[in-house]
Write a protein that binds this ligand. Structure first.
Ligand SMILES: [Ca+2]
Length: 208
């Protein structure tokens, strides 16, 4: 009788082991994606270190217009400014810190006008903000007017969005065929980075 009990017990062990083995094999059987719950990813063929294209930063080569920056010869006026950020700050040669102009908040268009004592022939302008990353990318919309008498202005460049980004030194360069002017005016209509237009330096280039 005792022998029969042992035989029954042995049969039971074999049956349980068989069922468990089937379940284990089923859960870990290879599928079209890999082994059971494990996903197999083929290692890429790689002979040297690689960098994903999305992490490769474009190298910006600063654009330096030909000729000379003559903005120091101009009188700079605005139609208002915010706090201490007056128009004189766009021609002090400093793009850093608080040395920038900011137009009156939510009072567009904000304008900056450069007036020369005599006619000047110009072919490029550079508008700059502090290039440091703390000055994050922003889009400013502006147009450019010119005057031959310092009083009456006509549109020279229509309103357009310009991106200022630390990836490109936070500067925008406008190059154009030579024109002779007495004054140039920037009309700002929006700035995604502040409630008023912002310019740290305004450079105007002449070959003469
Ligand atoms: Ca400045």
């Amino acid at each position: 009788m005792k022998k029969i009990k042992w035989i029954v017990l042995a049969v039971a062990v074999v049956v349980v082991a068989g069922i468990w083995g089937k379940v284990f094999t089923s859960r870990n059987a290879p599928t079209e994606h890999g082994w059971g719950e494990v996903t197999v990813i083929a290692a890429p063929e790689q002979a040297q270190s690689q960098e994903h294209p999305l992490f490769i930063k474009e190298v910006y080569e600063p654009v330096i217009p030909d000729g000379e920056n003559i903005v120091r010869d101009a009188k700079i006026e605005d139609n208002g400014y915010n706090d201490v950020y007056n128009a004189r700050k766009v021609k002090d040669g400093n793009v850093n810190g608080q040395s920038y102009w900011e137009g009156v908040s939510n009072a567009y268009p904000n304008t900056l006008t450069a007036t020369f004592e005599e006619d000047r022939t110009i072919h490029a302008m550079k508008l700059m903000l502090c290039p440091k990353p703390i000055w994050s990318a922003r889009t400013q919309s502006f147009s450019v007017d010119i005057s031959t008498d310092g009083e009456n202005f006509t549109e020279f460049m229509a309103k357009q969005d310009y991106e200022f980004t630390p990836d490109r030194n936070n500067e925008v360069v406008l190059e154009f065929d030579e024109i002779t002017v007495r004054a140039v005016r920037l009309n700002f209509y929006s700035n995604t980075g502040a409630e008023g237009a912002q310019i740290a330096e305004w450079e105007i280039y002449s070959e003469q």
